[in-house]
Design a protein around this ligand. Structure first.
Ligand SMILES: [Zn+2]
Length: 356
């Protein structure tokens, strides 16, 4: 008998036996966790195949090649068995899932988070629609503004005391020494008036809602960032009567009822005459906390556009006149929804925002 043939045969038998043994174990795996264990037992870093390969160095040189080949054949065979079993287990678990076994229809559904528009956005869009229906255009302007537009062209020159009341955030523009080229965070939406006059031929009607900034200590009624809506109408023979008419329409749009208004004299450098417009409190008959027991709500500053402002915008003030108003959008939202602290609006608290 040829001893070499004999040892080959013995190795073949050994290989077949190990393969059968592995197949038995693999087929017995009921889930993928058990399959992973078996896979690790044979093919892991310290598994049977790895230790067989590691032991090859101890064998006589003429046996090493065969032993190495056998170990690799075993490795490949076991890997194929494991992969086949994994496919079967996958299909079984998918079938079980589809059959609905283990599905509990009484469990509560996952809660869907639904978003909504910010109240300031909601009110802004409503007012835009209202003014668009009255023939106004909606304009936008930069939030970082030149001193020229924020102050100078609005009849507020560098030494004007009204500047003190504006608590401005200044942004230093590099290399600019000219005061009019100084950049500021706009303190009101009025600069858009000037930009409108530069771009449009009168007559025109525009509104400009937007974000404004003041360097203020914050409290329940002041925030460093707030929203305003500027309005401006330029035409022939524009009078205070036109202004009051527009403001009544505005109030009807906001509060869904006709409210009395009154004008009190007010001083703003960019209008002449200037007024504070008050509206009858929509929440009470004889005084409440919103109107501080006065039955009137201070709503907005307004007036006829100052001839200096028209001229700064390149409009002939002998031919054209106009009115302008600056509506506090943040304040309006607070009035409408009964919000008692302006800081809630942009505090980012979802518990607050989810109410809208
Ligand atoms: Zn009231």
């Amino acid at each position: 008998m040829n001893p070499e043939a004999n040892s080959d045969e013995a190795r073949e038998m050994d290989l077949a036996r190990q393969k059968d043994e592995a197949r038995e174990k693999i087929d017995a795996c009921a889930d993928s966790a058990a399959l992973k264990d078996v896979e690790r037992h044979y093919l892991g870093r310290k598994g049977i195949v790895a230790s067989a390969l590691a032991g090859i160095g101890q064998l006589p040189p003429d046996e090493r090649k065969d032993a190495g080949q056998n170990a690799n054949r075993l490795k490949q065979a076991i890997q194929e068995l494991v992969d086949a079993r994994a496919r079967v287990l996958d299909e079984t678990s998918l079938a079980a899932e589809r059959s609905g076994a283990g599905f509990d229809p009484t469990l509560p559904a996952a809660r869907l988070e639904s978003g909504s528009l910010h109240p300031v956005t909601q009110v802004t869009r409503e007012l835009e629609d209202l003014f668009l229906s009255m023939g106004y255009s909606v304009l936008d302007g930069p939030e970082v503004e030149l001193d020229h537009y924020n102050f100078e062209a609005l009849n507020i020159p560098a030494d004007h005391p009204a500047r003190d009341s504006h608590d401005t955030f200044f942004c230093t523009a590099e290399g600019s020494k000219d005061a009019a080229e100084q950049l500021v965070m706009r303190t009101h939406t009025s600069p858009v008036q000037v930009r409108a006059m530069e771009q449009l031929e009168p007559p025109f009607r525009v509104i400009a809602p937007g974000r404004c900034f003041r360097q203020e200590t914050t409290d329940a009624s002041h925030d460093h960032t707030f929203y305003q809506m500027e309005g401006m109408v330029v035409g022939r023979d524009i009078s205070v009567g036109h202004l009051i008419g527009a403001m009544r329409t505005l109030l009807r749009g906001i509060f869904k009822q006709d409210l009395d208004v009154r004008l009190r004299p007010g001083y703003f450098p960019f209008v002449e005459p200037g007024f504070e417009l008050d509206a009858r409190c929509p929440f009470c008959e004889d005084g409440c906390s919103v109107c501080k027991r006065t039955t009137w709500i201070e709503l907005l500053p307004c007036g006829l556009v100052h001839p200096n402002v028209l001229r700064a915008g390149g409009i002939d003030s002998d031919i054209w006149s106009g009115f302008a108003f600056g509506l506090g959008l943040s304040r309006l939202v607070m009035l409408r929804y009964g919000v008692d602290d302006v800081r809630h609006l942009f505090g980012g608290d979802l518990r607050f925002l989810e109410q809208f």
